[in-house]
Ligand binder design. Structure first.
Ligand SMILES: Cc1cc2nc3c(=O)[nH]c(=O)nc-3n(C[C@H](O)[C@H](O)[C@H](O)COP(=O)(O)O)c2cc1C
Length: 313
């Protein structure tokens, strides 16, 4: 038996296991702790925060789909001040690492949130949501490397030294170019990925089923595509630059999580799974532990350890 088979270091922050609750799927943390003790998780990513409170889009803004779900929440949140004074103190009492998620409609808005998060002691790390598909301008910074680079550079200046993950979309034309732009501008790690832009149509009314029209698709249907994305970024960029990746997309069980690890992910995000059953996060960590025992190696030694086709057996 190994001493600490699941312990990982993510951008300099120690996590007891690699399982991370994804932004927007576990509220502000404290409400999630009522259904699954936070101590079961390596970290919780809190809901994305903008400077001002937002109601988000009108219903319907969540739908079941055959291989996952569609959402068009549109960054509904309580705003920065209420987050810092009403939500974060309760989350700070949780027995896990907290990641603050930064969002905005302009560089200035992202920077306002980043500056406050930089000095918020309860947040060990931040994640920049540069890829929300559910607002008119949520993906303006993830469409081209120079816009992304400028955003991340400006955020880094006001954030200070706190570890920063940058969360990108799954459908990038040049994933390696985008990831290197983020890291060159000051990102400490990458979260791959946000939801996949999607559309569901009510065939009787012939209207989109989400009030906003399009939304973001998540859950098991996107998993193999995100595994491929993680592998591509790991092999062509992250491995040599020693940049950690959080694999996020469609994980429902330990085997999905182990795939992400072998592809090159250090952390494993769970989003849609938490709507199915929050306890899946704990089951996932338990399954990973048994897997590392069978493999005879701690999890950190298995990161990226997939045999490429043609590798000697
Ligand atoms: C209902 C819902 C709300 C979400 N809200 C956010 C959010 O506020 N910020 C963010 O960065 N991602 C948000 N996401 C995206 C998830 O964090 C995650 O990237 C995506 O769902 C893919 O992972 P999954 O397949 O495990 O769900 C949301 C996803 C869902 C389903």
């Amino acid at each position: 038996m190994m001493d600490d088979p699941l312990g990982i270091e993510l951008a300099g922050v120690r996590l007891r296991n690699p399982v991370i609750a994804a932004a927007g799927t576990c509220g502000y943390g404290a409400e999630f702790d009522r259904v699954l003790p936070a101590s079961a998780l390596g970290a919780i990513t809190l809901k994305s925060i903008t400077p001002e409170a937002r109601d988000g889009n009108q219903p319907w803004r969540i739908l079941d789909a055959k291989a996952g779900m569609l959402n068009a929440i549109g960054l509904a949140n309580c705003g920065l001040e209420a987050f810092l004074h009403e939500k974060l103190p309760a989350a700070a009492a949780l027995d896990t690492v907290l990641i603050g998620s930064i969002a905005g409609h302009s560089v200035e808005e992202y920077c306002t949130v980043a500056k406050a998060f930089g000095t918020a002691e309860a947040l060990s790390m931040v994640e920049v949501n540069a890829s929300c598909p559910n607002t008119s301008d949520g993906r303006q910074f993830s469409a081209d490397p120079s816009a992304l680079g400028e955003l991340i550079e400006r955020i880094r200046r006001v954030l200070g030294p706190k570890p920063m993950l940058v969360k990108l979309p799954p459908d990038m034309a040049d994933p390696v170019g985008m990831c290197s732009a983020a890291v060159d501008a000051g990102a400490s790690g990458l979260t791959l990925s946000n939801t996949w832009p999607a559309l569901a149509i009510d065939v009787e009314s012939r209207k989109p089923r989400l009030s906003r029209g399009t939304g973001g698709f998540s859950g098991p249907g996107i998993h193999p595509m995100v595994v491929k994305l993680v592998r591509e970024v790991f092999v062509n960029f992250a491995r040599d630059r020693r940049v950690p990746i959080v694999g996020l997309g469609g994980v429902l069980d330990w085997e999905d999580a182990a795939e992400f690890v072998l592809a090159g992910a250090t952390g494993i995000g769970l989003g849609t799974a938490l709507f199915v059953d929050p306890a899946l996060a704990r089951k996932c960590a338990k399954g990973l532990q048994k897997w590392t025992n069978r493999q005879g190696q701690p999890l950190h030694a298995l990161i990226g350890a997939m045999d490429e086709p043609g590798d000697p057996a």
